[in-house]
Design a protein. Structure first.
Lengths: 429, 92
């Protein structure tokens, strides 16, 4: 334990001249090297692990994930539209972590022990932690759409987690009859990647314009407005006139039911028949979050936005899409930012230093064609008296933005995001 | 062995200010973990803190509303911009 004089001294950290040279610690539980377990090797978990290793080189960090390979969603719309190949989305997680002294454990977590601070794996092993970071991404609420279930996704793919679903939707689209209808349904907020459905529609339109110019794209939305709406609509009007129809909540009401075999969607007022139907289901925090008892009635994980600590466990942090960060969108870039900010919070907290107010930037591009993009940028701050972060600024591409120069920026931005997460550059094809 | 809060592992590393770290960590998402930049995204570590602060603050009044930095700079005060520049300079 720290003595009071030292604690008082450290509590004045803004005035400390040389924090980096202070010999602080070991400060907790008698261990010199904090044990950090990261449950989930996606954008938030991997960025957290890498950044924390920078901040606290002595930390013993273990990333646990059921899969040795991560299939990323960012970039998957290009695969669906046939502008890139599925293997380009695949990253082998372990080797680049090992290079920097982070362990990777392939395994499925089946429980936690708050008291002993261990997670249990399905093979009977357990792993001890000083801090557990839970980053499980999303899961689907099949039950919210009548007629939909996990089994129907072979007929009606969601392609909202990358992998076989991505390839399936791509194959179905490649077989779209001449002049056929592709229909996508989009859930209400919050869900993973708010502008993702509209990027998907744009890139599919870019493909169909070449191969099937009389085809139609219908977007049935559970919202009455959407992310980057002006930019998307302006791009659609100039690039794909008459091809994409966006149907807002006011027009059709909610989905009544779907018939997967007939690829039919019934709304309050109409029934639609599609040749290819892509139902993006309503979402919730990844199954692991529920199993660990970290979700509330919203289906997402409540956290203290200062420390990223779960409000439902001890020494457990939740980051990425699974956590409720209020206005911060569930994007891969925001997940990356949360990962780094949480790493800083853990590093300071382990040293028993007070936490500063985190500033999160989300900057996100959507492709509207093979060589054009639009973007949105938000900055957010957590304040001690507020349960979720507050928006400081939120701006997006104007309809007159230079979409070709945004595309150049988008490719460079994407390279940085992929490299900071997976330790190696992306393959574009 | 004690564990240290080592923001920059080099022996010449200047002290880290947690407030400045919290304000500037977000910059690394685009500009790279060492502020090295990439392609059209400029490197930050080639600039000294004063030049960086000046450029950052100039974005706040940028007439070019589609500039990414205009959108971000609006969310930082002058004092915060100084802290950000100091923290990023340390990543050299």
């Amino acid at each position: 334990m720290m003595n009071d004089a030292r604690r008082r001294f450290l509590s004045r950290w803004p005035a400390i001249a040389a924090l980096g040279s202070l010999r602080v610690g070991p400060l907790y539980a008698g261990t010199a090297s904090p044990r950090i377990v990261v449950a989930g090797g996606g954008f938030s978990g991997l960025n957290l692990a890498r950044w924390l290793k920078q901040l606290v080189p002595s930390a013993r960090i273990t990333v646990i994930d059921p899969n040795e390979h991560y299939m990323r969603c960012p970039g998957s719309n290009r695969v669906i539209a046939g502008f890139a190949e599925l293997p380009s989305l695949r990253h082998h997680t372990a080797p680049s972590l090992h290079q920097i002294g982070i362990a990777f454990l392939k395994g499925r977590i089946v429980g936690r022990d708050d008291y002993k601070k261990r997670v249990h794996l399905d093979d009977g092993k357990s792993v001890a932690y000083d801090r557990l970071v839970v980053a499980p991404g999303i899961d689907f609420r099949w039950e919210q759409i009548e007629g939909l279930s996990e089994r129907t996704t072979t007929l009606v793919p969601h392609a909202w987690r990358a992998g076989r679903q991505t390839q399936l939707l791509r194959d179905q689209l490649a077989a779209l009859p001449a002049g056929g209808v592709f229909m996508m349904t989009v859930p209400a907020n919050p869900y993973r990647c708010p502008p993702g459905p509209y990027e998907r529609a744009s890139l599919i339109a870019a493909r169909l314009k070449q191969t099937n110019p009389r085809a139609k794209i219908l977007i049935l939305d559970a919202k009455s407005k959407f992310s980057k709406e002006k930019g998307f609509k302006s791009a659609w009007a100039s690039l794909y006139p008459g091809m994409i129809e966006w149907i807002s909540l006011e027009t059709e009401g909610e989905i009544d039911y779907i018939n997967p075999k007939k690829r039919e969607v019934a709304t309050a007022f109409n029934r639609y028949r599609a040749d290819v139907l892509n139902v993006i289901p309503p979402q919730k925090a990844g199954a692991l979050a529920k199993m660990l008892g970290l979700i509330d009635a919203s289906g997402w994980c409540p956290v203290d936005p200062f420390s990223f600590k779960s409000l439902m466990g001890r020494d457990i942090h939740v980051i990425g899409d699974a956590a409720n960060f209020g206005p911060i969108p569930k994007s891969a870039f925001a997940a990356q930012a949360e990962g780094r900010a949480c790493a800083l919070a853990i590093a300071l907290d382990l040293s028993e230093l007070p936490l500063p107010s985190p500033r999160i930037i989300n900057h996100c591009y959507s492709l509207v064609s093979q060589n054009e993009a639009i973007s949105i940028t938000g900055t957010y701050v957590a304040k001690s008296h507020l349960p979720v972060p507050e928006t400081l600024s939120l701006m997006e591409s104007t309809p007159t933005a230079d979409r070709r120069s945004e595309y150049v920026n988008a490719m460079d931005w994407f390279d940085v995001l992929v490299e900071s997460t997976f330790g190696s550059p992306s393959i574009r094809r | 062995m004690p564990f240290l809060l080592q923001i920059a592992p080099s022996a010449k590393a200047l002290p880290a200010n947690p407030i400045a770290e919290a304000l500037s960590t977000g910059c690394l998402g685009c500009h790279g973990s060492r502020g090295e930049g990439h392609g059209s995204i400029p490197a930050l570590r080639t600039l000294d803190p004063d030049a960086l602060t000046e450029r950052f603050l100039a974005f706040r009044d940028d007439a070019h509303k589609d500039s990414v930095m205009h959108r971000i700079a609006k969310a930082y005060s002058k004092e915060e911009a100084h802290l950000v520049a100091d923290a990023l300079a340390r990543k050299k």
